[in-house]
Design a protein around this ligand. Structure first.
Ligand SMILES: O=C(O)CCC(=O)C(=O)O
Length: 286
């Protein structure tokens, strides 16, 4: 299992990440890492955390399962977070001097699931604030561009505070009160209807194989993944990484989950850099 990046990122890849807020990085994780994550995901699905939730369950029994912050209980996730090239990759992309881990999240669709992830931005839900927040989106099975997560390039630089989707509505099993948010008090602008005109918004997505990843800024508008063919499932492992300018910010609309309680328990305060064993520093520029 190789802990080093198989190659340095090109200046073009780094420029694309900052210009568009998203970049496809093919073949950076070898099959050993993918196999390990697959084992971890299996364990995660068999033993979900109490934060897990089914986002969709259709009449045919097809599901979309979501879980997050499972890494402390899953050895395979921990090994990936501490030993894989992921933190170095985030560090190079963001030009960071240090990288802390924020959290993991998984998105698991059973074959043929027609559920599409609602369009949204991540930062408005998160308990941190800053430009230097990066998600690595890694499918553990092949995925076609029409089923992969999609992005509006450049939308990470928009200043407006958009109304965001209430993910708490995705809860066919009625699991108690998880991730309910109401943006009507904070939003200035309706969220654009990107699904109605993907071409007009310049939406991008890519065919991907296990080992490829997409890195995206948490401010970018993204969504639309899913709508699978009957014989295709989609298992995605994501990690969220924090670069230099990120500070803790508590929000009334926090979810994904809201970290306010666990941060406060660890003695972390608004305005501080996230740290402690909950948000470990994984990488430092030499
Ligand atoms: O994979 C998906 O469907 C959703 C992923 C997502 O929204 C995220 O990682 O922020």
């Amino acid at each position: 299992m190789n802990s080093d990046l198989p190659r340095g990122l090109t200046p073009g890849e780094i420029e694309t990440y900052h210009r568009d807020g998203v970049v496809l990085l093919p073949g950076l994780f070898d099959q050993d890492w993918i196999g390990l994550l697959d084992q971890g995901l299996q364990a995660n699905c068999e033993n979900p955390t109490d934060r897990s939730r089914v986002w969709d369950r259709d009449p045919a029994g097809r599901t979309m399962f979501y879980d997050s912050q499972a890494w402390q209980g899953i050895a395979e996730y921990r090994k990936f977070i501490f030993d894989s090239p992921a933190a170095a990759l985030a560090g190079q992309l963001m030009g960071a001097s240090v990288i802390n881990f924020y959290f993991d999240a998984v998105f698991v669709r059973s074959p043929g699931s027609q559920f599409a992830t609602p369009w949204h931005q991540d930062e408005p839900y998160w308990s941190v604030e800053g430009y230097d927040t990066c998600t690595l989106w890694m499918p553990l099975v092949p995925v076609k561009k029409e089923n992969a997560l999609a992005y509006v390039p450049g939308s990470h630089r928009l200043d407006s505070v958009f109304y965001q989707y209430n993910f708490g509505d995705l809860n066919p099993d009625g699991k108690a009160g998880i991730d309910q948010v109401d943006f009507s008090h904070v939003a200035e602008t309706a969220f654009p209807d990107i699904a109605a005109d993907p071409q007009g918004f310049g939406v991008v997505s890519w065919d991907m194989a296990p080992g490829d990843c997409v890195a995206f800024n948490s401010r970018i508008m993204h969504g639309g993944s899913g709508k699978l063919a009957e014989d295709r499932d989609l298992r995605v492992f994501t990690t969220k990484w924090l670069g230099d300018d990120v500070r803790i910010k508590f929000r009334d609309c926090g979810m994904d989950p809201d970290h306010r309680a666990v941060m406060t328990e660890r003695g972390l305060k608004e305005g501080q850099r996230p740290g402690t064993d909950l948000y470990p520093q994984i990488w430092r520029r030499h």
